[in-house]
Design a protein around this ligand. Structure first.
Ligand code: MN
Length: 288
């Protein structure tokens, strides 16, 4: 397999202002990664032209991710809230394209946070309608959307691979792919293998995170089984390491993700370890 191995920028820096992007690019490249994932929660401070130049000079690919917000949420039944969410997605698609990226993924369908009630049918219909429009716009630029499946404490829209496949079917666009994250899978799925087979060729993006989002291998997730399943379905897309610690804080995102603990303090050591861990898993599970 020739999966690109990526790293989430929050391993290095809390935001995406020019100095932060410069640091994230330099350190990702130095740690041997192929791709940098930038969360667009701080897009107001992002200089897309400068970031693109830095990424290209370092030979790094880019993917963008985000969640929406409770006051800008396409899963709402309130048209004004939905409209603000749709605008956030439209803006994020432009930013991703301007960075030279083709992949926008994450909780594109709701806020990242605990909902106090189940998704309504009106809210779900809004998710389908808006994402169909965003997917059409993305397709015109050769871009792909990812539906990242998140756990119950971070969304009420899709918590399992099954939910995500039904939603993707309802949206009905070839460029809407499924994004699996082992951290969320650990909370919601029966195991780390069956969802991979269930999603199969529709898998477009992968986040690798431990059950506590710290050092890979320091928790209890069965990564051997997960990587063998990826090999079995012939997954060739990006595999991005995601880890959070109170050592690197994003004022908004860290709180949305409930990052209260210090799971590591040396991002460089963490990232080099994760890069080697993922490469090792890929080598060990490669078809012989
Ligand atoms: Mn994730």
């Amino acid at each position: 397999m020739s999966n690109r191995i990526g790293v989430h920028a929050l391993v290095w820096v809390g935001g995406t202002d020019p100095a932060a992007v410069r640091e994230a690019v330099a350190r990702s490249a130095a740690a041997g990664y192929d791709l940098l994932e930038l969360s667009l929660h701080d897009a107001v401070n992002l200089d897309t032209a400068a970031a693109r130049a830095e990424l290209e000079a370092a030979g790094l690919g880019v993917a963008c991710s985000r969640g929406l917000a409770f006051d800008a949420d396409i899963s709402s039944a309130d048209p004004a809230v939905v409209e603000r969410g749709a605008q956030l997605l439209a803006d994020s698609l432009v930013t991703t394209r301007e960075l030279g990226g083709t992949h926008l993924t994450g909780a594109l369908y709701s806020a990242l946070g605990k909902y106090g009630a189940p998704l309504t049918s009106a809210g779900r219909a809004n998710v389908v309608r808006v994402l169909r429009e965003v997917a059409a716009e993305a397709a015109g630029h050769g871009m792909t959307l990812g539906l990242e499946i998140c756990n119950r404490y971070e969304t009420n829209v899709i918590n399992t691979a099954h939910d995500a496949l039904v939603l993707a079917d309802d949206i009905g666009a070839d460029n809407v792919t499924i994004h699996l994250d082992t951290y969320h899978m650990n909370i919601e799925e029966d195991d780390l293998v069956r969802p991979v087979y269930e999603v199969g060729a529709r898998l477009g993006y992968v986040h690798i995170g431990e059950n506590h989002r710290g050092y890979l291998g320091s928790g209890h997730l069965d990564f051997g089984a997960f990587f063998h399943a990826l090999a079995d379905i012939g997954y060739g897309g990006p595999i991005t390491f995601e880890s959070f610690s109170s050592a690197v804080v994003s004022p908004g995102l860290s709180s949305d993700l409930a990052v209260w603990r210090n799971l590591w303090s040396d991002g460089a050591h963490l990232a080099e370890h994760a890069r080697a861990f993922i490469a090792g898993q890929l080598a060990a599970s490669a078809p012989r």
